[in-house]
Design a protein around this ligand. Structure first.
Ligand code: BGC
Length: 827
């Protein structure tokens, strides 16, 4: 295919190459009709298709999208710890793509959950790179087996929404290699993703990911052997010429002629090589050919593969229910669950019973086919219960009347199931949360219900951890995450014991936001965000600091009990070239058929010269066992399971010594341990003495230690204010000028209107106003669909800088005239 693409590119004119390396509209590649090269369509992803009707090529990509099935988001699928489930989800989504004639599905999101506050955590799998990698590899293989490509995103170190389009992630090399890159690396090496989507933010040397040669070429292609295409995140391009040289193949969406003249000038002057342009064009052609071949491929998930999208929706809704059951985590249960179907005096309380949260807001928002609530499902299944709202699904403030009715009902009931969670605008692309709390109306009511009723079960719908001040007063908590459109059906299946919960947390639930390792360094200053905690992300930190947490990584209950016996390692004395097989017998000693997620953690030898996490997840298996049944679970550990990234050697290194291998039911429920001795050469210490890192004092890391780990000076956290603005400056920066303040007022006024127009395609965007203000000025041109050109953006920047008013206003007026002519179709 590469050969065919290379040959085709020799027949292209420069103009055609320039068309190919930018999108057509919001979702397509450009066709080259004279060479029979078609256009292909891409769509979000990751947990359902957001395909816009009629191609949806309005400038901002905000048209209504086709009705498709919404599956559980990645916070839940990550918690499944189930490679087969991810593979199956990938297959289903790949089939849907085929039915909807899509060439690439824009997912999975494989960024690490650095802080539980990140608004987009619901789209990411885990705080742990090994788990995230395993989930991403299986999902990718599942989708691509259907002849459809994925786009693993957002490459890289894009771990927050605040200032996501401009901030620089200041991360040390070791944290990059050990925490933030592995999900990309493993997916590239093991699943050959068709595309990788580069992130919005700046990274190494403060260079945008979209033009970062180290990231896009040296690491991705030269080191990992990536052979696919790099696509920009939508609107992530600043300097297109630099991007082509750096390895960014396809710019999305269509930037019209925004960069055309500059690319021509660069080709003429030799600052951009023809070879680099040809390479980018070749990769786009290759992607298109791959998609064409994929579309002709004969694949079937099962013998009765439905022929049309409507039938697919019916089939996939049923599959969404099965998948959702495996993604909900039973956090606590004193035996009250499962409920008997004959249980009398049951009350459902909380608006989420009727209006569940089942997905997040933003680009992953699916126009769901059929949302099933717990209320509706329980009615359909003939279960007896009464209902009081107590609080509305989008309420913040306590409502005395609603609460009173709920308390009265709780008092006369025998058991209360409270359906609670985060309101829609709190799990959102483009906006991070400010705290970990549920709305006050929910916390207050749950505490009041607990005062009158001792049998309380709380069912939560949220994309990321919340605080649970009432946890000690309720008998059970079921974390549903954002479980897709079959959420209510799955909740009823689990609550009433048709099926045992079996997922485990892919992230830690901390007690307080102040406990989180990046607290104080999230979301950073106006220019950078400092990842001072380095490798101490999630449980790596909580374990190191010996901190209590609400629920630890890997925790989750079932309706059964499991015994761990007979832990064996295949070799006790190993070298870095060995593979060690570790196995343990798991017995279901309870009365319920259920699956157990068995986790294997590796604890390194004590070594004063190097800071390390006390233990790291390096293997897991999920085993379904009937009551009384037992099976052996085996994992294989290679050298990566023991290694750390040695920054001096620029390589992975296994330190010599005794490593402990734990077989565990959670990161804090170690059942059995064994040791192996690594026989390897010792390496020089990669850093000088770093007392705070050595002790895990991540909130007190002094500049000197962070600089030692970074290997360079810490760049300034904030831009000077006021400062000379550029086209990468944000609309927020522009409010330093009177004109910028006028624009801010206009946005204030127009934002609710745009939100209501966009409701169908990106969900509740009301929490995303900061995102608009944090957009770079260049984005105005990008999203204008070619109406605002480079000259007009430059004029705007001059006005924001309060200079060259007359010329700039002339440029804007002339540009405006050109835009009007374009709209009315005159040359
Ligand atoms: C998001 C991507 C998404 C793209 C297209 C961007 O804003 O960051 O994840 O795939 O939009 O909708």
């Amino acid at each position: 295919m590469r050969q065919q693409a290379l040959e085709l590119v020799t027949k292209l004119t420069t103009e055609e190459k320039l068309l190919l390396i930018k999108g057509m509209g919001s979702w397509h590649t450009h066709p080259i009709e004279r060479l029979d090269l078609p256009s292909i369509m891409m769509a979000d992803g990751p947990h359902g298709l957001r395909k816009q009707d009629q191609g949806g090529d309005n400038p901002m990509g905000l048209g209504k999208s086709t009705q498709t099935v919404c599956f559980p988001t990645a916070s839940g699928t990550g918690a499944s710890f189930d490679r087969d489930l991810l593979h199956r989800l990938g297959e289903i989504l790949g089939q849907e793509c085929r039915a909807h004639e899509l060439g690439v599905l824009l997912g999975p999101g494989v960024n690490i959950k650095r802080s539980p506050l990140c608004g987009r955590n619901f789209e990411y799998f885990s705080e742990d790179p090994y788990l995230s990698s395993e989930m991403a590899v299986s999902y990718t293989q599942g989708v691509q087996a259907q002849g459809v490509g994925v786009s693993i995103k957002h490459y890289a170190a894009n771990n927050q929404e605040k200032r996501r389009m401009t901030t620089q992630s200041v991360v040390d090399e070791r944290a990059m290699r050990e925490i933030y890159l592995p999900s990309f690396e493993q997916t590239v090496k093991r699943a050959d993703p068709w595309t990788v989507m580069c992130a919005y933010n700046r990274l190494f040397d403060g260079i945008y990911c979209s033009e970062n040669k180290r990231l896009l070429t040296e690491i991705l292609r030269d080191e990992w052997g990536f052979g696919g295409l790099v696509v920009s995140d939508w609107g992530a391009v600043s300097d297109r010429v630099a991007g082509i040289e750096a390895g960014l193949d396809l710019e999305m969406p269509d930037s019209r002629d925004l960069h055309t003249d500059l690319i021509h000038d660069a080709l003429d002057s030799g600052t951009l090589s023809q070879a680099a342009l040809d390479e980018a064009a070749t990769r786009v052609v290759e992607l298109v050919l791959r998609a064409v071949q994929g579309a002709a491929q004969d694949v079937a998930l099962d013998a009765q593969r439905p022929a049309c999208p409507e039938e697919l929706n019916v089939r996939d809704h049923a599959l969404a229910r099965e998948i959702a059951r495996d993604t909900m985590v039973l956090l606590q249960n004193d035996g009250v669950l499962p409920l008997s179907r004959a249980q009398s005096g049951v009350a459902f309380i909380g608006g989420f019973a009727k209006q569940p949260r089942y997905q997040g807001g933003g680009s992953s928002h699916v126009n769901a086919y059929h949302v099933a609530s717990a209320y509706e499902t329980a009615k359909t299944e003939g279960l007896a219960f009464e209902y009081a709202e107590g609080f509305g699904a989008s309420d913040y403030n306590y409502d005395v009347v609603k609460a009173r009715a709920a308390i009265d009902l709780a008092e006369k009931s025998e058991l209360v199931v409270v359906f609670a969670g985060l309101p829609t605008n709190m799990d959102n692309e483009g906006a991070d949360r400010k705290h970990l709390d549920l709305p006050p109306c929910q916390n207050q009511l749950i505490a009041q219900l607990a005062a009158v009723q001792k049998n309380i079960v709380v069912v939560l719908c949220n994309g990321a951890p919340v605080r649970m001040p009432w946890a000690g007063q309720v008998r059970a908590v079921l974390e549903s995450y954002l479980a897709g459109e079959a959420v209510g059906e799955a909740q009823i299946d689990l609550l009433y014991g048709a099926y045992s919960p079996n997922a485990k947390l892919a992230e830690t639930f901390p007690l307080r936001v102040q406990d989180t390792p990046c607290f104080g360094n999230f979301p950073g200053g106006t220019a950078t965000v400092e990842y001072r905690e380095s490798i101490y992300v999630g449980y790596r930190y909580y374990d190191k600091a010996d901190k209590d947490v609400l629920f630890p990584f890997g925790h989750g209950l079932t309706y059964s009990k499991f015994d761990y016996t007979n832990l064996r390692v295949s070799k006790k004395n190993i070298t870095p070239d060995d593979i060690v097989n570790v196995s343990v017998t798991i017995t279901n000693t309870g009365n319920f058929d259920a699956a157990e997620v068995v986790q294997f953690y590796v604890a390194p030898p004590a070594d004063d010269s190097l800071f390390r996490a006390p233990q790291e997840l390096k293997g897991f298996g999920k085993v379904f066992l009937k009551a009384g049944e037992k099976k052996r679970v085996t994992v294989s550990l290679d050298s990566r399971a023991f290694a750390y990234y040695h920054v001096g050697r620029k390589a992975w290194h296994c330190a010599p010594g005794d490593y402990t291998i734990h077989a565990a039911a959670s990161s804090r429920d170690i059942r059995l341990s064994s040791t192996v001795k690594m026989n390897s050469e010792a390496a020089d210490a990669p850093y000088p003495a770093l007392p705070c890192y050595a002790q895990g004092l991540v909130h007190a890391i002094p500049d000197s230690e962070f600089e030692a780990v970074l290997g360079h000076a810490i760049p300034p956290a904030n831009f000077a204010s006021p400062r000379e603005l550029t086209w990468d400056s944000t609309l927020e920066d522009a409010t330093q000028s009177p004109f910028g303040r006028v624009i801010a007022k206009i946005i204030d006024f127009a934002f609710p209107i745009v939100c209501s127009i966009a409701q169908d395609t990106i969900g509740d965007a009301s929490g995303m106003k900061d995102t608009v203000m944090e957009m770079p000025v260049r984005s105005i041109a990008m999203w204008s669909g070619g109406l605002i050109d480079r000259r007009m953006v430059n004029a705007l920047v001059s006005i924001f800088n309060e200079e060259a008013y007359l010329k700039s206003i002339c440029d804007l007026v002339c540009g405006g005239v050109r835009a009007v002519k374009k709209v009315v179709g005159k040359p």
